[in-house]
Design a protein around this ligand. Structure first.
Ligand code: BG6
Length: 487
């Protein structure tokens, strides 16, 4: 076998993340022949359910989310791996049954995946310990968000850390599993072309956009006390920023990579109360339309508190205070109910020192590297080129285009979770966050949350289906720049 047999226990096993992402990812690994024959998957949640009921739920989820990938033989094999134990995370109920199931056919490698509210991480770790469920090769996976702020993140890390060694704690950020995000390291450090200009001499600014068309769906209960800054920026956008800004690690060893990322996090200038007006914008969507279909306002969504001031959009101007990046702003923005689902990193290079061509072409537009994280994954380098023709010298800005779909026609573009779930089994933590990283990201995020709170900042309303409040445009235009979708 590729790997020793393992047991995968998913807490929150009937929840949205498990149904949409985790179980389909495990199925796809099975389809690829990556799951050892005797490996088991145990769903666990508070709900009472039989093993049969759980298998039906999972089968329905696979049919809903990856219908085109279902192979009857693999499906039967996969469903036969599934077990269910109803467990109360905060009490003793169910734990002895889980212990019995796991010790029936003991496997060296055990994974506990916590796809629950972060308040349950501590109690679950305690119960794993109290019921003797740890083998020497037992790992625990913590979904984001790890806590609600720095203090709660620390408390979770302390409590889980009392039971698990740091090397066995896998704090997941699924953006790190996306192909194009992993590719950032390759692009930067396997090519000699970029590094000499990848600093304040060559780069004017960086834009990172993570836009979604969805609203809060049925996650209002979670989202309304979370907001875009905590839900997206503290983790996903911070990780993208780190990968763009970090120094080359000496090796791909987990500690080396994470050491470099944390240096970036520690160089971020805090955004204080005096800065929030110029360096931050909070938004909340009102009713509008997405691709022609009307959608309601955030305030009217399910489980949103009346008069809620939670932000569904945030834009920031971030300063990385170190030698490489002095004076190069990183503009970040993310939002729900934007016109399209797109995650993109744009590196805007500096202009040439002197322009010898006829004006008329928009020579204010220097070279730009666009890394499209999703969808339609590509890397485009925008260059000036002469437009063919016998007439005068006409210049055109055209891209060199590396499209992943075209270049790697025969490769399956895996979902981020496929890679990461198996990295846990293999004990490979390079693409997971270390304790100090999560805490440094919270510390910085908290400076903004505190500033917003003390200033009584209220979100600016934006119409669903637009790129956020006009203040977000003003923020970058004040610096003589524009968001690239605006052009
Ligand atoms: C999650 C957030 O971490 O990421 C969600 O909690 C968000 O609010 C999701 O929708 C976006 O992930 P992706 O992979 O669809 O870009």
């Amino acid at each position: 076998p590729i790997i020793d047999p393992f047991d995968y226990v998913v807490f929150g096993g009937t929840g949205d993340l498990a149904r949409r992402k985790l179980l389909p990812a495990l199925y796809l690994r099975d389809l690829d022949g990556q799951l050892p024959e005797t490996s088991r998957i145990v769903g666990s949640a508070r709900t009472d359910m039989t093993g049969e009921g759980f298998r039906e739920l999972v089968e329905a989820s696979l049919r809903e989310f990856i219908a085109d990938k279902l192979d009857p033989e693999v499906l039967a094999r996969f469903l036969a791996r599934l077990h269910y134990v109803s467990v109360d995370a905060k009490a003793a109920r169910g734990w002895p049954e889980l212990a019995t199931l796991l010790s029936d056919e003991p496997r060296q490698i055990r994974v506990f995946y916590l796809a629950t509210a972060p308040e349950l991480y501590g109690p679950i770790a305690d119960n794993i310990h109290a019921h003797g469920l740890q083998t020497p090769e037992t790992r625990i996976v913590l979904e984001k968000p790890i806590g609600h702020d720095l203090a709660s993140a620390r408390a979770i890390n302390d409590r889980v850390g009392a039971v698990f060694e740091e090397r066995n704690i896998f704090r997941i950020d699924h953006y790190l599993g996306k192909e194009t995000v992993q590719n950032l390291l390759v692009l930067r450090f396997a090519n000699s072309l970029f590094e000499p200009v990848w600093n304040h001499n060559g780069i004017d600014h960086v834009q990172i956009t993570v836009a979604e068309t969805v609203g809060v769906e049925d996650r209002g209960g979670y989202y309304d006390h979370t907001g875009a800054l905590r839900d997206m920026i503290q983790n996903h956008l911070m990780q993208l920023l780190c990968l763009v800004a970090m120094e080359p690690p000496a090796t791909l060893d987990r500690e080396e990579v994470r050491d470099e990322k944390i240096k970036v996090l520690k160089s971020l200038a805090p955004i204080s109360r005096d800065d929030i007006a110029t360096k931050s914008v909070r938004g909340q969507y009102r009713a509008g339309a997405i691709k022609g279909g009307p959608v309601k306002s955030y305030a009217e969504e399910k489980d949103i508190a009346p008069g809620s001031t939670t932000e569904t959009f945030a834009a920031l101007k971030v300063e990385v205070r170190n030698w490489r990046w002095a004076g190069v702003p990183f503009y970040l923005r993310t939002g729900k109910r934007m016109p399209e689902k797109v995650s993109e990193i744009v590196i805007q290079f500096k202009p040439v020192p002197y322009w010898i061509f006829p004006t008329g072409s928009d020579h204010a537009m220097p070279n730009r590297l666009v890394i499209r994280v999703q969808p339609d994954e590509h890397i485009r380098l925008h260059l000036w080129t002469k437009e063919p023709g016998p007439g005068g010298l006409r210049l055109r800005n055209a891209p060199l285009n590396l499209s992943f779909a075209e270049t790697f026609k025969n490769n399956h573009m895996p979902d981020a979770y496929e890679r990461l779930l198996m990295d846990v089994v293999r004990g490979n933590a390079t693409l997971f966050m270390r304790r100090d990283e999560v805490e440094a990201a919270w510390e910085w995020t908290e400076s903004i949350l505190d500033a917003w709170k003390s200033a009584g900042d209220r979100p600016k309303l934006y119409t669903a289906g637009t790129w956020g409040p006009s203040e977000a445009v003003a923020m970058i235009v004040r610096d003589g720049r524009t968001w690239f979708d605006e052009q």
